[in-house]
Structure formats: structure tokens, C-alpha cells
Design a protein. Structure first.
Length: 193
């Protein structure tokens, strides 16, 4: 695994209203706590211009392109096919948002599979949840990438619930694929390498 890719480790609740994610697959790295996005990516139009000459009409509103790049998105708003970039953090830090980016831009991860852990009841422990999440992602990998995991230059890491989220009913596992050589542009689905 390259130094630029660190497995995402899990999800947890940060506060009563803020649900976040904690990372727990390996000690290689995690995601940081980020502030909410400052823009909503909406188009900006200028205000109409008033003129003294009735024969002059105001110019049509000018649409501006939203700058390319990642926007912070709540971890529970990430879904199948979303792409995101890696973040630096301390091992015990929790997150509530991740930098989602259009998959046509350079990115680190792509969500290739989403599935709930079927176990019910009390939290079975970090190891059991980690193993269940890994199995779900591993089972979906070969068909999605188009070749056997053992032969692929693509790897995966699961984002899964930790105890606090589990106690609130979260069982969702997000499987994230990444190219071990670095960032990619476009989807890795069917990449077969």
C-alpha cells in the first residue's frame, strides 16, 4: 500500500445531533474532523442592473461555474458511486464529514459497495465488526473490479460502524476502492488491473 493511501476505519456518533466516523482497520491513518463546507456549489447570478434609458435592457444573468474540487459531505450522506479524497488525522480523532469529489476529477477513493452487517443485538466488538465489514467488501470486490483481488493493483478499505453508531442502529458498511499507485480519474469499476 502506498504512503498516500491509508485505510478508513469506522463510524461513530460525535454528539447528539452530529453523527461521525472513526477509522479502525489499521493504524496507517484516518480522516480528520473538518468544518462544514462554506459553499453549496450553487450558481451565482448578478442582481439586475437598473438603467435610466428604457431602451437599454439589463444584461442576462451571468452563470459562473462552481470551482472543481472536493466538498465536505456528512459521512452518512455518502453512497454507492461517490468518490472522495484522503485526509490526514490522528489515530483517535473522529470525523463527521469527508471530502467528496466528482469522480471525473482526480480522487483517492470510490465507494463500490454498500451493505448492512446482518448481525443484531449488542455491539459484538471492534474485531468482529471489522471482520464482518472486510468480508462484505472482499466478497463484492472481484466482480466490481473485474479481476481477482489477489492479482489486482486496486485495494479496498471498509468504513463501518463503531460502538456508538451501532448502539443507534447503524449497521452500514461502505466499501472504498483505491488504486495503490495513487489518485485516479474516473471510475475503477471494471478496471481489471
Amino acid at each position: 500500500m502506498s504512503a498516500t493511501h491509508r485505510p478508513l476505519l469506522g463510524r461513530t456518533v460525535l454528539a447528539t445531533l452530529a453523527v461521525g466516523a472513526a477509522l479502525s482497520l489499521s493504524a496507517c491513518g484516518q480522516l480528520p474532523l473538518l468544518p462544514p463546507a462554506l459553499t453549496g456549489g450553487q450558481e451565482v447570478s448578478p442582481e439586475p442592473v437598473e438603467t435610466d434609458d428604457p431602451s437599454e435592457t439589463p444584461a442576462d444573468p451571468v452563470e459562473t461555474e462552481t470551482p472543481a474540487g472536493a466538498s465536505d459531505t456528512g459521512v452518512f450522506n455518502i453512497g454507492l458511486g461517490d468518490c472522495l479524497n484522503e485526509m490526514e488525522t490522528n489515530p483517535d480523532e473522529q470525523i463527521s464529514e469527508v471530502p467528496v469529489i466528482d469522480c471525473s476529477e482526480l480522487h483517492d477513493y470510490e465507494v463500490y459497495h454498500v451493505e448492512d452487517i446482518t448481525e443484531t443485538g449488542a455491539y459484538p466488538g471492534d474485531d468482529a465488526v471489522s471482520e464482518a465489514a472486510d468480508a462484505l467488501c472482499r466478497d463484492a470486490f472481484d466482480a466490481w473490479v473485474g479481476m481477482a483481488y489477489a492479482d489486482s493493483g486496486i485495494n479496498y478499505t471498509p468504513l463501518y460502524p463503531v460502538e456508538e453508531g451501532w448502539d443507534l442502529g447503524d449497521r452500514e458498511v461502505l466499501c472504498l476502492a483505491y488504486d495503490m499507485a495513487g489518485q485516479v480519474q474516473g471510475s475503477l469499476e471494471g478496471a481489471a488491473y
